[in-house]
Design a protein around this ligand. Structure first.
Ligand SMILES: Cc1cc2nc3c(=O)[nH]c(=O)nc-3n(C[C@H](O)[C@H](O)[C@H](O)COP(=O)(O)OP(=O)(O)OC[C@H]3O[C@@H](n4cnc5c(N)ncnc54)[C@H](O)[C@@H]3O)c2cc1C
Length: 417
């Protein structure tokens, strides 16, 4: 026996690593989600990755089977919000980590699909929640062709001092009894060409011209007259995730679909951004875990120098740091989500989750590819897909560098300046 390798077998960890014991409902929840992620999402995610964006959303696409089976699991907004905050935080962390482990493109599709309902619930609009239930696929329209990072900085905290915002690409005119929407959202809207309902964030015009800082949030049923869609977007990673423009041509929506008016707009951006950034951390912890597990298995199977490559010190060292990063990402993500279900949710806490989870997924999938050697570069093995999926996450839901600048400004205590 090689004396450099200990004969002691380390304790085997559970699927969520060094997780403290879970309560019974959470164990059942994790087990059924993991089964779904493994048996449905993984194979369908790989198949969708190889299709054209049009094929991904065609009526005979396996996307719809994955979506139907996810809805059948019944883990929607109403169920999740019925738990008390600590349990809800744990369940949501598990839900999104397992979905991310299965396929991050599908995970984001299902997560973004819940956002209109989530915002109705968060703003106490149970009347709208009843009309647009969980099973209806949703989307979040905020980014515009001319306003990407700008859209996530509505209070202009990181806006260049010499900058001009220019024209918003989408404007909602707010009248006494209705809202009239004109313009478009960008090709980056997740589920953009297939969603049935949109939680639309856009500039508001209450009579004195469009104002993107004092915008509004409207629930828009996407079968409404005047709504049309763009072409499904073709992109590097998360190819199972449909994205595309939503166009609005004099779309008339009843006034009761206004979730937030100009006075509440900044708060509404913060609420959705806090929820989305927190959960993104969990999705991409799942991607990092998937890459780590695949690399660990491969390192036991692949032999070089006459031994499984895990017996080579640099491979074991690399795997340990991958394991450590996944553990750190999960711990921080769960903590941020838990904190933000408390009385004082904080956007900069959610940003720690998003940046850590996505950066970890990118680093760990890149390390995993190195462990697979040349095989890692081929489409015969699952690693190059994970790396492409992870790469997209550094931009999605706010470029990580933008989030860090904004998050840094949120640390400033004006009373101490
Ligand atoms: C997979 C994916 C899913 C997405 N899903 C959705 C969705 O569901 N709904 C939706 O509305 N949008 C969605 N988006 C859009 C996403 O939010 C934007 O792509 C993101 O906010 C960045 O905007 P942009 O792509 O226009 O880049 P830009 O804003 O054009 O940024 C380009 C570069 O300039 C830098 N930069 C920009 N502004 C500043 C600044 N003020 N200071 C310093 N540097 C700056 C950025 O860091 C970046 O490197 C998604 C994007 C992706 C990739």
């Amino acid at each position: 026996m090689n004396s450099s390798v200990s004969a002691t077998k380390a304790p085997r960890l559970g699927p969520l690593g060094a997780e403290p014991p879970l309560f019974d409902t959470a164990i059942m929840f994790q087990e059924s989600l993991h089964r779904y992620a493994e048996e449905v999402m993984r194979p369908i995610g790989v198949a969708l990755d190889r299709m054209t964006p049009e094929q991904v959303v065609a009526t005979d696409s396996p996307y719809w089977e994955a979506r139907r089976k996810f809805v059948e699991l019944g883990f929607g907004v109403e169920l999740l919000l019925s738990f008390e905050p600590a349990e809800r935080a744990k369940m949501m962390s598990i839900l999104f980590e397992e979905l991310g482990w299965g396929d991050s493109g599908l995970a984001i599709s299902f997560g973004a699909g819940m956002l209109p309902m989530y915002m109705c619930a968060a703003l106490g609009r149970t009347d709208l929640l009843a009309r647009y239930p969980d099973a209806m696929l949703g989307c979040w329209g905020i980014t515009e062709p001319d306003h990407g990072s700008d859209s996530l900085d509505p209070n202009r905290k990181i806006f260049h001092p010499e900058g001009q915002y220019g024209r918003p690409n989408c404007v909602a005119q707010i009248f006494d009894d209705e809202i009239v929407i004109n313009g478009q959202k960008s090709a980056w809207v997740s589920n953009g060409t297939i969603a049935k309902v949109c939680v639309l964030y856009c500039a508001a015009d209450t009579g004195s011209g469009p104002d993107a800082q004092r915008g509004c949030v409207v629930i828009v049923p996407l079968e409404a007259k005047g709504v049309s869609r763009g072409k499904p977007l073709d992109k590097l990673g998360q190819r199972a995730l449909n994205q595309g423009e939503v166009f609005f041509d004099n779309v008339r929506i009843p006034k009761d679909h206004l979730l937030a008016g100009p006075d509440d707009f900044l708060n509404a951006v913060e609420i959705i951004h806090t929820a989305a950034n927190g959960l993104m951390g969990a999705v991409f912890t799942g991607v990092a875990r998937a890459a780590y597990e695949l690399a660990l298995d491969y390192a036991h199977e692949r032999k070089q120098g006459g031994v499984p490559i895990i017996r080579h010190q640099s491979v074991a060292h690399r795997l340990f740091h991958m394991f450590r990063k996944v553990e750190a990402s999960r711990a921080l993500t769960h903590r941020a989500i838990h904190y933000n279900f408390g009385d004082t949710p904080a956007l900069h806490v959610a940003m720690t989750s998003k940046i850590t989870g996505t950066q970890t997924s990118f680093e760990v999938s890149s390390e995993a590819l190195q462990i697979f050697g040349g095989n890692g570069l081929t489409r015969e093995y699952p690693i190059e897909k994970l790396l492409r999926d992870a790469r997209a996450s550094l931009i999605e839901d706010g470029c990580n560098e933008i989030l860090a600048i904004k998050g840094g400004y949120l640390l400033i205590d004006p009373d101490r300046l």
